[in-house]
Ligand binder design. Structure first.
Ligand code: DLL
Length: 435
């Protein structure tokens, strides 16, 4: 059986790939300039025109697009095709305000299926696999994006959607599910329910997990692999750029970007200046082939870096570092920048701590304070309050060691931290009220 889904594109020499990108980029800039008044105005304001793009680096002269531009253009303001050419409209509500839409022509949907199939093939998913799709089915791009990919590869799809966790387990057992797709935190929720029901997931035929849509640490990946007895693979994407399918992990663990569909840059978060390969900053993405809603230099707010090394998998596609946080997620406590992912990595070092946690931000007087609530494994609760106290002290000590500030750790009662079926909400910001 073939090793790659699309060998030509996945292993193309980089110079050739750059030529393909340049051609697509020129066409995309022309298209948005003639079809989308928003881009026409933005280019004019920045004093650039599509013809200014002579080489890939010239893209840096073009203006960024930000989430608010999408909100202001809601629902179809960024549409570059006639309305009757739209075959799918997704939406993402985000946390506040008006939703944003993701628009697809028939060709966009076709490309999406190909990007997903490429990713799944790289992760060892093959025709005949039974794929349980436990991403939210609906406006969220996760469910229907994965459905497209699984079908394109030739899997038998079980579109279970997110939720009804016991039924997920029943379906897995009865249908012999071999692939599961869901958020990493939902995977943990499923694994925990299996344990409560006395079922050993490692004895199921399940082999591969396709996880994404939220940050998750490498420690969490390892834990999911252990609890489910699978290879945990990663998918990254966003509604603004088609949804899942932007990048995927290969057998060597690199997160390859589908570079013939998405052009990636990393810029300094403060100045917006492009950074060289290998440096960490904000990921900026430009669509290269999308018709209905092309996206130029979208500021993802996701923090990453790009790496182009020879990958043992043979793909020449650039790799991005796992996104461990969004610039929006950064908390400033006692003058120190803290990311939820740093806290997750520390608590996951402790075997007695469960991967369910909440970070509370609150005010005492006028000062910001932080506290981490965690649950522990049943055996640790049984060892009594002295043991729990010493455990929480140890975690707090380690947090202090790595982050540099005092972060108290509270061990809360079992099952008090809400279990997630989709993207987990880790940070509870109570700073509105002064205590
Ligand atoms: O979450 C698309 C998706 C669905 C990706 C299923 C993968 C699997 P949005 O709801 O628009 O789209 O959220 C996009 O989620 O900017 C990141 O901050 C975050 N995100 C997505 N994938 C990952 C990942 C979908 N693998 C936002 N690691 C993005 C870390 C991720 N963060």
């Amino acid at each position: 059986m073939k090793k790659y889904w699309d060998e030509k594109m996945e292993t193309m020499p980089v110079e050739e790939l750059h030529k393909v990108q340049l051609q697509h980029l020129r066409e995309t800039l022309e298209r948005v300039h003639t079809k989308v008044p928003f881009y026409q105005q933005a280019f004019e304001k920045a004093g650039v025109k599509p013809a200014d793009l002579e080489k890939l680096e010239d893209l840096a002269k073009f203006p960024f697009t930000v989430k608010n531009d999408l909100r202001d253009s809601y629902p179809l303001g960024l549409c570059a095709v006639p309305r009757n050419a739209l075959v799918r409209i997704h939406a993402s509500s985000g946390t506040t305000g008006k939703p944003i839409t993701g628009l697809y022509s028939a060709d966009d949907k076709e490309q999406w299926a190909e990007c997903m199939a490429r990713a799944m093939w790289a992760q060892g998913i093959r025709p005949g696999d039974i794929a349980q799709n436990a991403y939210g089915m609906g406006l969220f791009t996760g469910g229907l994006g994965f459905l497209l990919g699984f079908e394109r590869v030739g899997c038998g799809v079980v579109p279970s959607g997110a939720g009804m966790t016991e039924r997920q387990l029943l379906l897995m057992e009865d249908l012999g599910t071999t692939v599961i797709g869901c958020t990493p935190t939902y995977a943990l929720t499923i694994a925990e329910r299996a344990r409560v029901l006395g079922k050993d997931m490692r004895k199921l035929p399940l082999r591969v997990g396709c996880f994404g849509a939220e940050p998750w640490s490498l420690e969490m990946k390892k834990l999911i692999e252990e609890r489910m007895g699978i290879n945990a693979h990663e998918h990254y994407g966003l509604t603004e750029l088609m949804g899942p399918g932007v990048s995927f992990s290969c057998e060597a663990g690199a997160l390859h970007i589908n570079e013939d569909h998405v052009f990636a840059e990393v810029v300094d978060r403060e100045t917006g200046e492009p950074l060289p390969l290998g440096e960490q900053g904000e990921l900026i993405l430009t669509s290269l082939q999308r018709q209905a809603m092309p996206m130029i230099r979208y500021r993802t707010r996701d923090i990453s870096r790009l790496v182009r090394t020879e990958c043992p998998c043979g793909r020449t596609l650039v790799a991005m570092e796992k996104v461990t946080g969004r610039s929006d997620d950064m908390m400033v406590v006692s003058g120190v920048n803290v990311f939820p992912s740093q806290i997750e990595s520390v608590i996951m070092e402790f075997e007695e701590i469960e991967p369910h946690y909440e970070i509370h931000l609150f005010k005492k007087g006028y000062l910001d304070h932080i506290r981490v609530d965690v649950e522990v494994v049943p055996a640790a609760y049984e060892r009594g309050s002295k043991h729990l106290q010493s455990l929480s002290d140890k975690v707090a000590y380690r947090l202090h060691e790595l982050i540099g500030i005092t972060i108290p750790v509270a061990i809360v009662a079992q099952d008090t931290i809400p279990r997630s079926e989709g993207k987990a909400k880790r940070v509870i910001d109570e700073r509105g009220a002064i205590k």
